[in-house]
Design a binder for this molecule. Structure first.
Ligand code: 5PR
Length: 378
């Protein structure tokens, strides 16, 4: 048996854990470094589409994920109180889960695959020839280094890769709250509260609530307001303002008002390049995007998988070139997801309903695990 090649990964988020598990399953010896002392996520809920679900299938993590997940019958969109669409999304795979649940699922898969996850391990940077450095002064050598360390990525910044950041006018505060289904049903008996419902209020005021049941007990709600609306973007939330605009959601808004919350302005970041020598960047470090299409983590997981595949198929001497080729082939999918998400964030056009068709679902339908995915149809 040859000694396995070694990968060091900065960041135990969704991108880092996915890359780690994929690499370990392909025979690599993998360590993931997490700056935080505890291995957990602060996030609320998330929608996963076919592209990331195919990756979870390959990691063997789907049964775990599905053990606590929601398949809403319809993707419903309302504008100014009126139902605009109820999309069944036939042929599109999608599921809603809490972020803590996805996190546990990935962490378990990583450990099962033999990944070493190291909390309290702060990475300060990496070099193109494969040295990763830590805040405690130590360093380590690897055949592959992955920077999956978020929008403020120390690995990316240590390499001096230029980046462009675009901010949008809107932003969001996210909560996990109890479902309170009976209370909602009492307020609005005709609504199917198992639906995913995007309540867009644009008039008289832009205050949107995205309602996403994640399992029998928990609902993810995302409260969107323009950054320049001091009341709408305030945390803890201004209960009176939100209930006045979304009275049918009062039980959930009351739950959210008890939680601290953090308002995040939407932003897109684009890099000159995703790789440098033996280092590759994935996730928000490489391609942070607006959440309109719910594909930030989806693209991160898709790129984590394809990166692991490309690195495994290349010999050690070819690795840097293989990473460049990986970016050339895979990046356009993410670029388009970023462009579309930015467009919808800027125009708020998803409020019109019936948005999940045509080009918009390209990312959801992409299968990063299909070895023939780049073959041109004859
Ligand atoms: N979709 C989802 C979501 O979580 C958000 C948005 C759209 C699933 C907010 O994070 O447009 O902001 C959005």
């Amino acid at each position: 048996m040859p000694t396995p090649r070694r990968a060091e990964i900065s960041g135990a988020g969704f991108a880092g854990l996915t890359a780690a598990t994929a690499l370990a399953k392909k025979g690599w010896s993998v360590r993931v470094h997490e700056r935080a002392a505890d291995l957990r996520t602060e996030g609320a809920g998330i929608v996963l589409w076919g592209n990331s679900l195919q990756v979870l299938d390959k990691l063997g993590a789907t049964p775990d994920l599905e053990s606590r997940a929601m398949h809403s019958p319809y993707y419903e969109t309302r504008m100014n109180g009126e139902i605009r669409s109820q999309e069944a999304l036939e042929g599109v795979r999608w599921v809603s889960v809490t972020r803590p649940h996805l996190y546990k699922t990935l962490l378990y898969a990583a450990r099962e695959a033999g990944v070493e996850v190291v909390p309290d391990s702060e990475v300060t940077g990496a070099t193109p020839d494969g040295v990763i450095t830590f805040a405690n002064g130590e360093s380590a050598e690897a055949d592959l280094i992955v920077g999956a360390d978020g929008v403020g990525s120390p690995v990316r910044d240590s390499l001096g890769i230029p980046l462009k950041r675009e901010r949008s006018r809107d932003g969001i505060t996210r909560f996990l709250v109890p479902r309170r289904k009976a209370d909602l049903q009492a307020l609005e008996p005709d609504t199917n509260w198992d639906n995913y419902i995007d309540f867009w209020n644009l008039e008289p005021r832009v205050l949107r609530v995205l309602y996403v049941p994640c399992n029998e007990e928990e609902t993810y709600i995302a409260l969107m307001a323009p950054a320049d609306d001091a009341e709408g973007s305030k945390v803890p939330i201004d209960l009176d303002v939100w209930v006045e605009n979304h009275p049918h959601l009062a039980p959930l808004l009351e739950e959210a008002a008890r939680l601290p919350g953090k308002y995040y302005g939407y932003q897109t970041t684009r890099l000159d390049r995703w790789t440098e020598g033996k280092v590759a960047l994935i996730g928000d470090s490489a391609h942070a995007m607006c959440p309109a299409l719910a594909q930030g983590a989806g693209c991160a997981m898709q790129n984590a998988w394809t990166l692991a595949t490309a690195a495994t198929e290349a010999s050690d001497v070819e690795l840097a070139d293989a990473l460049v080729e990986w970016e050339r082939l895979e990046r356009p999918y993410t670029d388009r997801a970023q462009d579309r998400s930015q467009y919808y964030a800027d125009t708020r056009q998803m409020a019109e309903g019936n948005q999940f068709q045509g080009d918009v679902i390209e990312t959801a339908l992409y299968n990063p695990t299909d070895p023939r995915r780049h073959e041109v149809a004859a």
